[in-house]
Design a binder for this molecule. Structure first.
Ligand SMILES: *Cc1c(COP(=O)(O)O)cnc(C)c1O
Length: 363
């Protein structure tokens, strides 16, 4: 068996896969209506929100794009606080749509510095929105979203969150923290295959939507809202993924969010400790910002990062993720979101212990 240890898609168990093999139903019929309403309520519980939550058939990026095109207009000013590749993506989406975006970037491996963020907002008082990544999967860093949101809220700006690798894995409180739009995707913490994106949308986001002149069609949240009222999706959804979502949400309910968060926190720490025991270093600059869904590890001096990933896959059937963009060859990443048995991490560590000395690592 392959040990798929990338930060999404995550391994999916047989029950979920079998559910996905169920016969199709009419997405405009009564069964789907029940399924849509039930799953949406389940999603709201996980987002900790009374705001609207919509299900988009698409990857996480579609929900990031939806966050931008439904709240802003070409020429609007916004700040993108980024700590990695996915944060940068939020900025690129804005640029493509003509948003006048100020980039506030922090070095890879560090988190958003809220003093700098405050300064940036003070210097750009006319910005409408601030974009931020909750958990930056490219660097294995978790931002203190509660603190970041509290600063943004002081200035009454919209806060658009990439929660793709955090929601349903690490604690997030959409309403209590005042998050206007939160985007996430099924193949991360939700224990599901790729195919669905989920997005929450606050009252304030709806107000912004009224004034937004951005072009949009497939991702127009007004259409999702209009159709939701009659118990339908605006377009044909991934019905199979919807069946699986229903099962996954039942499981979340059964386990409880507290226990689910605790499980991620335990496996995250377990992974980091085991990595350090091997003599390797965690890429994030400090333990308190290290992600509990994805561990980024620095490739040691003298070791070729790509042959490490290659050897792990070929010789040990452990599939790791390399580094993205400028981190290519400099880090590798171990995903541990969703249900990650400790043995799977142990096997990864054992394989690393065998592979490392063969590619130039001496502890
Ligand atoms: C995976 C991921 C994305 C990209 O999601 P896709 O589903 O591939 O579009 C964006 N942001 C973060 C933080 C991610 O982990």
């Amino acid at each position: 068996m392959v040990n798929l240890r990338i930060p999404g898609p995550i391994p999916v168990d047989d029950e979920i896969l079998e559910t996905m093999g169920s016969p199709m139903i009419n997405h405009r019929g009564p069964e789907f209506k029940d399924l849509l309403y039930k799953t949406t309520e389940g999603l709201k519980t996980v987002f900790a929100t009374k705001n609207d939550v919509y299900i988009i058939t698409g990857s996480g990026t579609s929900a990031m794009e939806a966050a931008v095109v439904n709240t802003l207009s070409p020429g609007d000013k916004a700040i993108n606080a980024t700590v990695g590749v996915f944060g940068n993506r939020f900025g690129i989406i804005c640029e493509r749509y003509g948003v006048d975006v100020t980039t506030l970037s922090f070095p890879f491996g560090t988190a958003v510095d809220t003093d700098k963020l405050r300064e940036c907002i003070e210097e750009n008082p006319e910005v409408k929105a601030v974009m931020v990544t909750h958990n930056e999967t490219s660097t294995g860093v978790s931002n203190d979203l509660e603190k970041i949101a509290s600063v943004i809220k002081e200035y009454d700006k919209l806060i658009l969150v990439d929660g793709i690798s955090s929601v349903c894995s690490i604690p997030i409180e959409t309403d209590a923290w005042g998050l206007d739009v939160v985007a996430t995707a099924s193949q991360k913490g939700w224990m599901l295959p790729p195919g669905l994106a989920f997005i929450s949308f606050s009252e304030k986001a709806w107000e912004a939507h009224k004034n937004s002149t951005m072009p949009r069609f497939y991702l127009d949240m007004a259409e999702y809202k209009r159709y939701y009222e009659i118990g339908q999706p605006p377009f044909t959804p991934s019905v199979s993924c919807m069946f699986a979502l229903d099962v996954a949400l039942d499981r979340v309910k059964q386990e409880g969010l507290g226990a689910l968060y605790e499980r991620h926190s335990i496996i995250g720490k377990y992974t980091r400790d085991a990595i350090r025991d091997l003599g390797l270093e965690i890429f994030p600059v400090s333990e308190d910002i290290a992600s509990n869904t994805c561990t980024a590890v620095s490739v040691p001096e003298g070791v070729d990062g790509s042959s490490l990933v290659e050897k792990m896959r070929v010789d040990h059937k452990v599939v790791l993720a390399g580094g993205q963009s400028t981190l290519s060859g400099k880090i590798f990443r171990i995903g541990h979101m969703g249900i990650t048995p400790q043995e799977d991490i142990q096997q990864t560590i054992n394989a690393l212990r065998e592979v490392l000395p063969t590619i130039g690592f001496n502890k």
